[in-house]
Design a protein around this ligand. Structure first.
Ligand code: NAD
Length: 476
């Protein structure tokens, strides 16, 4: 058997073989877990350049330096953090025993056990990170794994499959490539845990399939992450930071700012400052190596379609930078769409590309209400210096994560949970919380040598006063 599975028919026997290996092996030591993680780290370090070039080729223009930063460094951060902390995470976790058994020598603890095999389905937008960051936690927890990269990045998927085939025992880590049919069959397998990163729509189907086998799922989905700019914000700095965030990966990031709520009195200033900051980062469009292309024609048509629709509706669209570009290429300027109607597609669907909605407001509570009327977003951003307002926003909204006075940054905290809520997902990974996500938390109680319940009159046949003794112990 090879680590690169050649057909979906090989997956069921592989899972059975991984299960036998898992059961036969018993506890997975810290050294073994570190060795597995190190093999992934070595793969990335040894082949970082061809991997970055493969991602560049798949996007038809994604700066290899950005690929190294986002996918290789990002994955290495998760993998090394897990490698360097897993021994502490694995330790037996003592829990206090109830009285009076605590006095009699009883003990309680939580044992963190690997679940078995974790299936991991990745996306195209961060093709390495969405596979290796969950894998870091799955391996740290002592599991085996099978990866399923996105078919939209075929060069990257093929190279990964080749490298994993060369370096891994399939009983430890395997990979299968393919499109929707493979994805559907993958999600229908009896994994011990399934991680899916992708769209909310596909996530629903994945969860339905996993439910057939009662497979627990971690769903890392998307959504329309809002930005609230408060009256007290430094508009120019907020616009600059949002321009940096929105330009990252050409806006094709799950936590990319999707719509910005700006006080009505400061909307023009925001648009001007954003356009200036974005145009300074990306002064040209076509053939600009720093600008990440829209990944394929389908997504390009989707983004262009949003813009055509709002233009037809008479909505103001500000192009940044305001220079001519070659529409035959997939590189696009960033389009600021000002106050589009609620009925437009760009207001209803996750943008996931080079466009950003700007909505002016005069009452912050209404903004919070509007956010709360929609699906729970994966990220939320607040800009401002008003502590009471910040507390109000944090206290009255729900989102996967938050960055204050910046965007995207909270996701870079290697030892803080990352995940969505509601329609933006369930479960979390990164750091210790990821280790817990892929562990079975098994409570163990070890009894004392003597059992005093008989002497205490607690066992049948119950004596006359038994009920009143128990009643006397019922308290508030
Ligand atoms: P997608 O849902 O189209 O695909 C994700 C994975 O599922 C791929 O491996 C794909 O091959 C597979 N797949 C696609 N259709 C399938 C189907 N019908 N049945 C089974 N499998 C199927 O997502 P995408 O376009 O690759 O990624 C973009 C989405 O992912 C956005 O919504 C984005 O917000 C989200 N995302 C979320 C995170 C996160 O961490 N929360 C990270 C990156 C992307």
């Amino acid at each position: 058997m090879r680590a690169h599975l050649q057909s979906i028919d090989e997956l069921t026997p592989l899972l059975a073989a991984q299960r036998r290996a898992f059961d036969g092996h018993g506890p997975v030591s810290a050294d073994e877990r570190r060795a597995r993680l190190q093999r992934v780290i070595d793969l990335l370090v040894d082949h970082h350049q061809p991997l970055a070039e493969a991602m560049d080729a798949d996007f038809g223009g994604r700066h290899p330096g950005f690929g190294l930063l986002n996918d290789v460094q990002g994955s290495l951060g998760s993998l090394k953090h897990a490698r360097d902390h897993l021994e502490g995470w694995m330790a037996r976790d003592p829990r206090p025993v109830f009285a009076p058994y605590d006095q009699m020598g009883a003990q309680g603890w939580v044992q963190y056990q690997p679940k078995g095999t974790v299936g991991i389905m990745g996306t195209w937008n961060a093709p390495l990170f969405t596979l290796f960051s969950p894998l870091a936690c799955a391996f740290a927890a002592g599991n085996r794994a099978v990866l399923k990269p996105s078919e939209i990045v075929p060069h990257t998927a093929a190279l990964l499959a080749e490298l994993i085939d060369q370096r891994f025992d399939p009983l430890e880590l395997a990979i299968i490539t393919g499109g929707v049919e493979v994805g559907q069959a993958f999600a229908s397998q009896p994994f011990n845990h399934l991680v899916f990163t992708g769209s909310t729509e596909v996530g629903r189907d994945i969860m339905r399939r996993a439910a057939e086998n009662l497979v627990p799922v971690t769903l890392e989905l998307g959504g329309k992450s809002p930005v609230i700019i408060g009256q007290s914000a430094d508009i120019s700095e907020a616009a600059r930071r949002l321009a940096v965030a929105k330009g990252t990966n050409g806006g094709q990031i799950c936590i990319s700012p999707d719509r910005v709520f700006v006080p009505v009195t400061r909307r023009e200033e925001f648009v001007r400052e954003f356009a200036r900051a974005y145009s300074a980062l990306y002064p040209s469009v076509s053939d600009n190596p720093d600008l990440v292309s829209v990944v394929n024609e389908r997504h390009l048509r989707r983004i262009d379609g949003y813009l055509d629709e709002v233009r037809d509706m008479g909505v103001e669209v500000v192009q940044c930078p305001d220079v001519p570009f070659d529409a035959a290429q997939r590189k696009r300027p960033l389009s600021l769409v000002i106050n589009p109607p609620l009925t437009s597609r760009i207001m209803r669907e996750e943008i996931f590309g080079p466009a950003l909605v700007v909505l002016s407001y005069s009452n912050l509570e209404h903004v919070v209400d509007e956010i709360n009327q929609g699906e729970r977003p994966l990220a939320l951003y607040y800009f401002g210096a008003d502590q009471a307002e910040q507390d109000y926003v944090l206290g009255h909204t729900l989102s996967g994560g938050v960055s204050i006075n910046d965007a995207l940054m909270h996701a870079a905290l290697a030892n803080a949970p990352f995940g969505g809520v509601g329609a933006s997902g369930m479960g979390r990974y990164h750091g210790r919380e990821g280790f817990i996500e892929f562990s079975h938390l098994r409570t163990v109680y070890q009894a004392p040598a003597t059992d005093p319940r008989g002497e205490w009159g607690m066992l049948p046949p119950y004596h006359e006063g038994f009920a009143s003794v128990i009643q006397s112990q019922i308290s508030r």
